[in-house]
Write a protein that binds this ligand. Sequence first.
Ligand SMILES: Nc1nc2c(ncn2[C@@H]2O[C@H](COP(=O)(O)OP(=O)(O)O)[C@@H](O)[C@H]2O)c(=O)[nH]1
Ligand SMILES: [Mg+2]
Length: 277
Amino acid sequence: MPHRLRQNLLLPQPPTVVLHDPRTHLRHLPPAYSAAQTPLSKERDFGAQVRYYLEAPRKPKFRPCKVIFVGDCSVGKTAIVNRFCYDKFQSNYKATIGVDFELENFSILGHNYSLEMWDTAGQERFRCIAGAYYRNASVIVVTYDMSKKDSLESAKKWLNSALNYNASKRPLVFLVGTKADLLSKEEFVRMERLAGLAAAELQAEYWSVSARSGFKVTELFQRIAALAFEEAVMQEIRSIKNKPQEQATQASVKSQTFDLRNFFGSRLSQQKSGCTC
Ligand SMILES: Nc1nc2c(ncn2[C@@H]2O[C@H](COP(=O)(O)OP(=O)(O)O)[C@@H](O)[C@H]2O)c(=O)[nH]1
Ligand SMILES: [Mg+2]
């Protein structure tokens, strides 16, 4: 009866091994595609202020970050989202109808942070619907097809319409060239040079990727998540710093109102009592 014997043995518990997905588990700030083509952070790591704030025992909760993908129809928006989220690529084209939505959870410096990815249709006729989804974006990913120069021209138009819905706070902007696998080395270099100029004009961080081969897709999404996370933490730090000032201003306004009320109150009671001095 070997199984009975085994039941009676006191075996030690197996060690708990937590496996982290290296795709979504970040402990450092991933670098830009090219340090020369980014208006965003050129640092090699998260700022000291961010690390210090996150080391405190409180566990701040962060809202999911809204990332919108814009660009001409068929440039490869859905393909890069699918490559990152499901590690799959489909060569047959299926147009996105309206808006698709994906959620990806990250662990950054031990904190949960998620990207809400809104993949817009790109077709002109869906623009009116898409407008509603552009609002409150923290990140705008403007995509163009590296094998079609026209789509780089349209990228500017797409960014402007997305920015119109986010006028109060400028989101982080990425210009992403897709289908890098379709270009020869020379074409790739030429296109990157052109796109680099466009990125500088759009004040966007530049990336070339390929959903087919997976080239730089994970790195792009890690960079987006890390920079958006850093921005969310900085926003929280700024709001904490401003709070005492706000409270002090509110308190002084309150005390002034109180004083005036007292003043007018006493005048009124004096008038009622017949004294006019
Ligand atoms: N060769 C190649 N084809 C791609 C790549 N990304 C997308 N495609 C193809 O381009 C077409 C349009 O892609 P899709 O992601 O649906 O474009 P969207 O309309 O911008 O969402 C599809 O047939 C894809 O298979 C890529 O990196 N390389
Ligand atoms: Mg699509």
